[in-house]
Ligand binder design. Structure first.
Ligand code: 5GP
Length: 192
């Protein structure tokens, strides 16, 4: 997605450890018109998949998932991040290691909002090592629902999460793929 890549180059900041900061349009301040376009792009990619629900992770996945849900006409569920392992029988949960914070946290989704008959699209802002996506896939498996694919705004290809998920046969569509970050902090996109 050309406009997204241009925006990352113009306004993104590279932090130590391969973290890309896009707080000015995606992760803190939001650019509504870019997010509308991102939602449309995801909807176009997955329109033929018979999606019945979108699953994302709070907080940064919500705006893009919301827009994709509006375009596809389906509900959007966001997994909640919680501190302690929950024993609540009413929720599905998974443990996720946070790439940016270096801690483990649990994510939960109420059993009321995922059905066995659902065909689910996962959407998130970043894909790095693939931990968040793995947790969301686990929750879909626990619900007995089917996974249509994963839509990612920015994939950091060099961190390997996308390759792991694709090797499992999961369809992963990323709108901007960062192949590499050079030693002097320049972002290099994949050719595709
Ligand atoms: P993963 O679980 O794939 O290692 O990392 C994905 C999650 O970590 C995303 O939900 C995202 O919130 C966060 N994340 C990973 N890498 C980055 C990054 O470079 N920048 C930002 N802002 N968030 C990231």
């Amino acid at each position: 997605m050309f406009a997204l890549k241009q925006r990352i180059l113009a306004d993104g900041k590279v932090l130590p450890g391969g973290v890309v900061k896009v707080d000015s349009f995606l992760n803190h301040q939001l650019d509504p018109s870019l997010i509308v376009d991102i939602g449309r792009e995801f909807a176009g990619l997955f329109r033929e998949e018979g999606i019945t629900r979108i699953l994302t992770l709070e907080a940064s996945g919500i705006p893009v998932a919301f827009m994709a849900g509006l375009e596809l006409g389906v509900p959007v569920v966001f997994a909640k991040k919680v501190r302690a392992k929950t024993q609540d029988a009413e929720v599905y949960w998974a443990v996720v290691h946070s790439f940016t914070k270096g801690i483990e946290y649990d994510i939960t989704v109420s059993k009321a909002f995922l059905e066995k008959s659902d065909r689910i699209l996962i959407i998130d802002d970043f894909l790095a090592l693939g931990e968040a996506a793995r947790g969301l896939v686990s929750i879909i498996e626990q619900a007995g629902a089917s996974l249509a694919g994963i839509g990612i705004v920015i994939e950091k290809v060099f961190q390997g999460g996308g390759a792991k998920l694709r090797a499992q046969g999961i369809r992963v569509e990323s709108l901007a793929m960062i192949e590499n970050i050079t030693e002097d902090g320049h972002i290099v996109f994949s050719e595709v």
